[in-house]
Structure formats: structure tokens, C-alpha cells
Design a protein around this ligand. Structure first.
Ligand code: ZN
Length: 155
């Protein structure tokens, strides 16, 4: 670790409610076999834990079937809506799918992990069905560091 960089706490994790996981799985199925992508709204707790509250499907502007390009307008619109809602939520990350590929960052993903602090959720999918969901944290480097993803069932 480089001197001066804030130490990454070992207990930092992302928390993903079952409803968010289900929403991502539904989007992955709807866009199959193309990559699906969207934004994640939530909050970052004082201890660094990222609490994901909702998933927001966005248009994939990439012309390639195996890549994603989030619509920047979707992010601006969501940021504005969250600010206006006044509930302390912000855009904490985004998700995309890997059709017929594992839920690990591709070389392209790693090259584009420019915005430190953003959570990346990557969904592996097979035959339209989400088979795994993994979290990564974009850090200076750039790099995508694995982030423990904790599910919560909702009442
Ligand atoms: Zn990817």
C-alpha cells in the first residue's frame, strides 16, 4: 500500500437487500444475451460499509454485445432525483452483467475503474439467468478490489 493512502478497513463490505438482487436478476434476464447495466442508490455508513438500497436499470449505450456503457444522463437524472428526495441517498455504484462469463472484472472493466469509491456489482449469467453476483470496490490505481457482499432478507 502506498504511503499516505487511507488504509482500507478489513471489515468494509457492501450490503445488498434481496429486492435489489432480484431487480438485477430481472434486468439481466430482460436484456439477455446483451450485457445489462444500471445504477445503485444507497448510502455509505461511517465505517465505510456501503448500504445498497435500490437498483436502477439504465440504457446500455455500447454497440457491442459484450460490453456496457452506462448512459451518463441516467446517472445525472438519478442523482438529481435522490437529492430532491432528501433521504440522504446517493449513487454509490453500478452493476452490469457478464453473459456466459464469470462475475470477475474483465480487462476492460479494470481499465475503466477510474472513479474511486464506487461499488461495482458484476452479475454472472447463463441462459438469461443470473448465477452469481459479486461486488468490487473501485480504488486508486485504478483497481477493482473484491468487496464482501452481504445479503439481507427484508421483512
Ligand atoms: Zn464487465
Amino acid at each position: 500500500m502506498r504511503a499516505g493512502r487511507r488504509a482500507r478497513r478489513a471489515d468494509v463490505r457492501a450490503i445488498c437487500p434481496a429486492s435489489v438482487r432480484a431487480a438485477i436478476a430481472a434486468h439481466v434476464a430482460a436484456d439477455w444475451p446483451r450485457e445489462a447495466c444500471g445504477l445503485l442508490a444507497g448510502r455509505v455508513r461511517a465505517d465505510g460499509t456501503v448500504e445498497i438500497v435500490s437498483a436502477h436499470p439504465a440504457a446500455n449505450l455500447s454497440a457491442a454485445a459484450d460490453a456496457f456503457e452506462l448512459d451518463p444522463a441516467a446517472r445525472l437524472a438519478l442523482q438529481r432525483a435522490l437529492r430532491e428526495a432528501g433521504e440522504g441517498l446517493a449513487v454509490v455504484g453500478h452493476y452490469h452483467s457478464h453473459p456466459d462469463a464469470p462475475a470477475v472484472p474483465s480487462a476492460r472493466d479494470r481499465a475503466r475503474a477510474g472513479e474511486a469509491g464506487l461499488v461495482w456489482l458484476i452479475a454472472a449469467a447463463k441462459e438469461g439467468r443470473m448465477t452469481a453476483l459479486e461486488a468490487y470496490l473501485a480504488a486508486p490505481g485504478p483497481e477493482l478490489a473484491p468487496l464482501p457482499l452481504e445479503g439481507i432478507a427484508e421483512a
